[in-house]
Design a protein around this ligand. Structure first.
Ligand code: GLU
Length: 500
């Protein structure tokens, strides 16, 4: 028997997370591909919450997933909060539909009540194993019970499950998969699997198909851990008389050691990446390219390109390997592409604020000051929170500045350092507050190495250590301009005590 397909229908795709935990990178990439596929095809992107597992699903996890989706910028057209004509979009609110569908299949002879107890099933399984039966699944004991008798037993309160009837002689089930090609499964091995449990809840393979059919889903893009479920789901589509969608099973994301991504490899949830300081655009870019490429070269793909060019034709079926270095590299590129003002507004100020860094003393930090700090730190930043440590020297009282021991040893406790600080102090004192700019500061310091007959490093590094506490900072002009005249002079004076 062949079935109708959804090929000609307008694209409708769904991302259907189970709220049993946070949104992980694998799920995030599945969501990105669904979103991009809908956008690239002028279709509809649906978010459905598969919360039928009452022991593991929580409202809190649902909220975490919605937050992660928003942070990723994956706007959904239908689903929680967005509404839509095919709701509700929580499976727990669709229980009546599953029951109705199952009962309809029973009435049509496409499914049947099964009264086998767990003990009977276990005994049958054991004896099939002993016989080395080629078929180890359910022995279809209840398949031929007379429907009227079965109904009477149900009415009398006997516990039952509902099983689908895999049609006799169904032959091979071919799953049309846009990533894997046609994947053929032998229907004989499919078993008359349970679609409704004895506790009155639908199984995943049933509920998901009832919903996907009712919601008119045309393409199912999901992790390839579900590929083996798919022939069963095809059986359900056929029983329901619904068109079978196109499937696209995408590979797993593995750690650098080729093993399933887990805590051992570092961050796994979207929130952890957000908190570690990755930009949403960079993260989406990185995940999108983990298994898909519009061409062989681009590593930077804007959201616009992704949402216009994404196609299932270029999705790889090979496992994708998470490469944190590449992610960092892409993140740095996105950070560096921000304007100074964007960097100040989106990265710097929120990070400093989150770290509770407040300006010290009489410093007024106006927009120009933040733009200068942004310009100085941006090229040196790979992950947003790095700005906190880099800017900390600007936020501590002079007398509380921590001096890094190694830097002091290397640059201050050296012959000539005291002279360098004296000369810098004299040259810088000659500038007034108005003249205190990166260019003027550099011009004032510039002649000193020659005057003292010392190398540049031997002059500028002691000044840097005196003002920053360590030998690493942006250019000396920017550094001192940001620190301000009075703090610079105070720190140079106080560092002389450490200088040889
Ligand atoms: N709730 C299922 C999961 O999270 C959905 C799988 C599917 O897309 O069919 O694995």
């Amino acid at each position: 028997m062949t079935n109708t397909t959804t090929d000609a229908a307008p694209v409708r795709v769904r991302f259907a997370p189970s709220p049993t935990g946070k949104l992980h990178v694998g799920g995030a990439r599945t969501a990105i591909y669904n979103w991009a596929f809908a956008r690239a095809n002028g279709g509809t992107f649906i978010l459905r919450i598969d919360d039928t597992d009452p022991t593991r699903s929580t409202e809190e996890n649902t909220q975490v997933i919605l937050r992660a989706m928003r942070w990723l910028g994956l706007d959904w057209d239908e689903g929680p909060e967005a509404g839509g004509d095919f709701g509700p979009y929580f499976q727990t609110e669709r229980m009546d539909q599953y029951r109705e569908a199952a009962e309809r299949l029973v009435a049509e002879g496409k499914a049947y009540y099964c009264f086998c107890t767990p003990q009977e099933l276990e005994a049958a399984r054991k004896s099939a194993a002993e016989r080395k039966d080629s078929f180890q699944g359910y022995q279809r004991t209840c398949r031929n019970i007379d429907p009227a008798e079965a109904q009477a037993r149900v009415n009398a309160g006997e516990p039952y499950t509902i099983r689908i009837k895999v049609p006799e002689g169904r032959g091979d089930v071919v799953v049309r998969d846009a990533v894997h090609g046609n994947v053929t499964f032998n229907a004989k091995e499919l078993d008359d699997f349970i679609i409704f449990r004895s506790d009155g809840t639908p199984t995943y393979n049933f509920a998901t198909v009832v919903d996907d059919a009712a919601m008119g889903i045309t393409h199912i893009i999901r992790g390839d851990d579900h590929l083996s479920n798919t022939p069963r789901q095809v059986m359900v589509y056929e029983a329901l008389g619904a068109p079978t969608p196109t499937f696209a099973h995408i590979s797993m994301i593995l750690g650098s050691d080729g093993k399933k991504l887990s805590k051992r490899h570092g961050a796994t949830s979207v929130e952890e990446y957000r908190d570690a300081g990755y930009l949403s655009d960079a993260f989406v870019n990185y995940l999108a390219l983990l298994g898909w490429a519009p061409d062989g070269e681009s590593t930077i793909i804007s959201r616009e390109r992704l949402s216009s060019e994404f196609s299932l034709d270029h999705v790889s079926k090979n496992p994708a390997i998470m490469d944190p270095k590449k992610l960092d590299h892409i993140n740095a590129e996105y950070l560096h592409a921000l304007s100074d003002q964007e960097f100040a507004d989106q990265v710097l100020i929120p990070q400093l604020h989150a770290a509770d860094l407040e300006p010290v003393g009489e410093c007024t930090h106006d927009a120009d000051w933040y733009d200068l700090l942004a310009a100085a730190l941006k090229p040196r930043t790979t992950l947003s929170p790095e700005v906190v440590d880099q800017a900390r020297f600007l936020y501590v009282p002079d007398e509380e500045l921590a001096y890094d021991e190694k830097s002091v040893k290397k640059w201050l406790a050296k012959q000539g350092a005291h002279n360098a600080l004296d000369a810098a102090e004299a040259a810088l004192s000659a500038l007034d507050d108005e003249q205190w700019t990166p260019q003027n500061i550099e011009a004032a310091l510039d002649p000193i190495p020659q005057q003292l007959g010392m190398g540049k490093g031997k002059v500028f590094q002691p000044v840097r250590v005196a003002c920053v506490g360590s030998a690493v900072s942006p250019g000396i002009g920017d550094t001192l301009a940001l620190l301000g005249r009075s703090h610079t002079l105070a720190r140079i004076a106080q560092a002389k005590e450490l200088a040889a």
